[in-house]
Design a binder for this molecule. Structure first.
Ligand code: MOS
Length: 735
């Protein structure tokens, strides 16, 4: 696969369409007869709707229909048969109950978006027996599992080591802010629905929406050409799609529903806050003896999602005794959901901060402490790693970053009025895969179409699919056309858990192989072909022709002679190989330099270096931008991002991009990304693992650790925001 002629860093083939505005995102689409939906959202945290007064809205300009919980079409709840993950099992607009501020309690359909929004403001909701957000919480409980892993586990026993760290870390609520808000456009033709939807999973969206509407799955087609960022908020199926579809069916017109930025804070999942108690004990040279990681997090009143922050602790380092627990407390909030490296991003902040604290207690290099505790196998699953080059990540990173030039004490390096410091942390993320299908079609015009019901979240799926086909068929990538984002194509999994490359590309390769064999068979069994009777082992396919010895024939000539418009093969692969024999994970090491101005309460990240072991890198250009994106988010997680709720109404107090701060270019230094590019052929024939999430794992801890090195202040609560720093440095203390 690694031929020198391969253009590994093929720039993304949809880039021109995107920068010229030709790429049409779901919210951009229009169809004739289309009308607009706007929803009215609950302003209380918990209680019920007593009365929906629509009198003023009824006479507002352009209004076509108004719905409340009594008049909205009935939808099917879950009956256990639903083999896909809705964002939450609870369905809005079915009963008067209010479970969180921001839940839809009424809907307006009008001729224009402006008319719909104006009319929505004229609907008056009266509530019965409101309960304050702070009082609506239920008791915490111990959930058994998440993502197929035990949330409560312990193993081994060992005497406490002589050196111990016991500390409590917190991570805040974080909200999803992709550039593209969630949106749906529902178009019915008879009893057939086409749902244009912002989704990381066209196949799962079809399942959930069909189920909610009570129609067979083959009556629903879900289409999504482009996604303007998913990161988990479009991975589960939230309500906007089926609400739009149900309303469209009811009124007999296509309906578009686009969430506002504010609604993105309440209706598409979010990263739940965590409080994490970590206890580590180690022997005199740093070998971990006991590890305990107890996570307390939250879910909604209507469904369970667990920010499983303790799971990575089960396998990241070797320790003879280890325990992990999780508790969740239901609150009057929308249901939390996956956000880039769910569990891992928040868990790594706690564990990797605690490891840093332990290193300082031992007067050890934090990098050396991690080397000493390297896990040679996955002790959580009692399996060998399929491949693990973490030690090489540490070494490459340390060399490139100049780790050995780091001052051996905190608060030792001045830069004018500020302090400089270096920190590091380990990254880890499971290398997930799921069954996937793909179709490869060679057309008479010589264009090869590769198709799968996968998605391109902006990650580069269009490009990697085309590149793999071009390389395998020895044709220029310009002659390959990628088709995706359509549930009618061969099924592929949710583009979540960083699994698209590792799941879909093996299916594409299998389809290409079958296509190649099929074409060779067609030629060698055809008396009219120059390749008639040839040995299939001796036939090659390149640049659009089949060759054997001196004989050759173009695929176009072969297809024409057989009267074929195209020749295609479909492959479905289960991608389960090796799952019982190996533990598949990606690894990395992150290094950060910060400058901390205590008087200004300001942390500037000066340098970031991430060295990653993610198997073979299919496209270095796209891979670098994925990993970099994760690191950028890690900077936001460390320094600025925090969603705040008011204690009485449970409303988000910073539900806009002026108050909820994501990193801007000025906040982000020149990030360095290195991939070892060591193929892991135990996972798939490409040797490739996912890269979408691991970039954020460890970044926030590396930053907090660098801040400790700079200042001698240990920050255990994210974000390290300016107000928090001002408070901390106004009353200095040394740990
Ligand atoms: Mo991801 S947070 O699994 O989209």
């Amino acid at each position: 696969m690694a031929g020198p002629e391969r253009d590994a860093s093929l720039p993304r083939i949809d880039a021109r369409a995107k920068v010229t505005g030709r790429a049409r995102y779901t919210g951009d689409l229009t169809v004739s007869g289309m009308v607009y939906a706007a929803t009215v959202r609950s302003t209380i945290a918990r209680g019920s709707v007593r009365k929906v007064d629509m009198r003023d809205a009824l006479t507002a300009p352009g209004v076509i229909a108004l719905f409340d919980h009594a008049s909205f079409p009935r939808l099917m709840s879950d009956d256990g048969a639903l083999n896909a993950k809705p964002g939450e099992k609870w369905i809005p607009l079915q009963t008067p109950d209010v479970f969180y501020a921001g839940q839809p309690v009424a809907m307006v359909i009008a001729g224009t978006l402006e008319e719909a929004e104006a009319a929505a403001q004229k609907i008056r909701i009266e509530y019965a027996s409101p309960i304050a957000f702070a009082d609506a919480a239920k008791n915490p409980y111990f959930p058994p599992t998440a993502i197929g892993e035990p949330l409560q586990s312990s193993r081994g026993s060992a005497p406490e080591g002589s050196v111990a760290v016991a500390a409590r870390y917190t991570t805040p609520y974080e909200s999803h802010n992709p550039m593209e808000p969630s949106a749906s456009l529902a178009v019915w033709q008879g009893d057939q629905l086409t749902l244009y939807d912002t989704t990381q999973a066209v196949v799962a969206t079809r399942k959930v929406v069909a189920h909610r509407l009570g129609v067979p799955e083959d009556h629903v087609r879900v289409v999504c050409d482009y996604v303007g960022g998913g990161f988990g908020c479009k991975g589960f199926v939230w309500h906007q799609g089926f609400l739009a579809a149900a309303a469209a069916r009811e009124i007999g017109r296509p309906v578009k529903l686009v969430l506002t930025r504010s609604q993105m804070f309440t209706s598409v999942g979010y990263r739940a806050q965590t409080t994490q108690a970590i206890k580590l004990s180690a022997g005199p040279v740093g070998q971990l003896q006991t590890v305990q990681h107890d996570v307390a997090t939250v879910t909604s009143l209507v469904d369970e999602f667990v920010e499983s922050a303790g799971l990575l602790t089960r396998l990241l380092y070797a320790s003879p005794a280890l325990g992990v627990t999780h508790t969740v407390t239901p609150h009057a909030l929308g249901t939390p959901g996956p956000m880039r490296a769910p569990g891992k991003a928040s868990g790594s902040f706690a564990l990797e901060s605690a490891m840093d604290e332990l290193a300082w207690k031992l007067d050890m290099d934090p990098l050396e402490l991690r080397r000493i505790n390297h896990a040679d196998r996955d002790d959580a699953h009692a399996l060998p790693w399929s491949a693990k080059n973490l030690l090489e990540c540490y070494q490459r990173g340390a060399e490139q970053f100049g780790w050995d030039r780091r001052a051996p004490a905190p608060r030792a390096t001045r830069d004018g009025d500020a302090w400089l410091g270096l920190g590091m942390a380990t990254s880890v993320f499971p290398a997930y895969r799921s069954p996937a299908g793909a179709r490869v079609r060679w057309t008479l015009e010589g264009v090869v179409e590769v198709a799968s019901a996968t998605q391109d979240l902006g990650t580069g799926t269009y490009t990697t699919m085309a590149a793999v086909v071009a390389e395998a068929l020895q044709i220029p990538p310009q002659r390959v056309r990628s088709v995706l984002g359509d549930s009618a194509l061969p099924p592929a999994p949710v583009s979540g858990g960083s699994q698209t490359t590792a799941s879909v590309l093996p299916a594409v390769l299998a389809a290409v192989k079958a296509l190649r064999e099929g074409l060779i068979d067609l030629a060698r069994t055809d008396p009219g072909s120059a390749l008639f009777g040839s040995d299939p082992e001796q036939v090659s396919l390149r640049e659009g022709s089949l060759f054997t010895g001196h004989a050759s024939e173009s695929v176009s000539a072969l297809l024409s002679r057989h009267g074929l418009e195209f020749f295609e093969r479909i492959a479905n692969v289960d991608n389960q190989n090796g799952k019982t024999e190996y533990s598949f994970h990606s690894f990395g090491a992150q290094f950060v330099e910060v400058r901390v101005d205590e008087a200004l309460g300001e942390i500037r990240v000066l340098r970031c270096l991430g060295v990653f072991d993610v198997g073979r890198v299919v496209n270095p250009l796209l891979a670098k931008s994925q990993l970099m994106g994760g690191m950028v988010w890690g900077i936001g997680m460390a320094l600025t991002e925090e969603t705040t709720y008011d204690p009485r109404f449970g409303r988000v107090m910073n539900d806009n991009l002026a108050d909820y701060l994501v990193p801007t270019h000025a906040d982000v230094p020149d990030l360095q990304v290195v991939c070892l590019d060591r193929p892991d052929f135990r996972i798939n024939p490409l040797g490739a693992k996912g890269i979408g999430e691991i970039g954020i794992v460890g970044t926030a801890a590396a930053i907090a650790n660098a801040v400790y090195h700079a200042t001698g202040h240990r920050f255990r609560d994210l974000p390290l925001s300016r107000p928090r720093l001002m408070r901390e440095f106004a009353a200095p203390r040394l740990n």
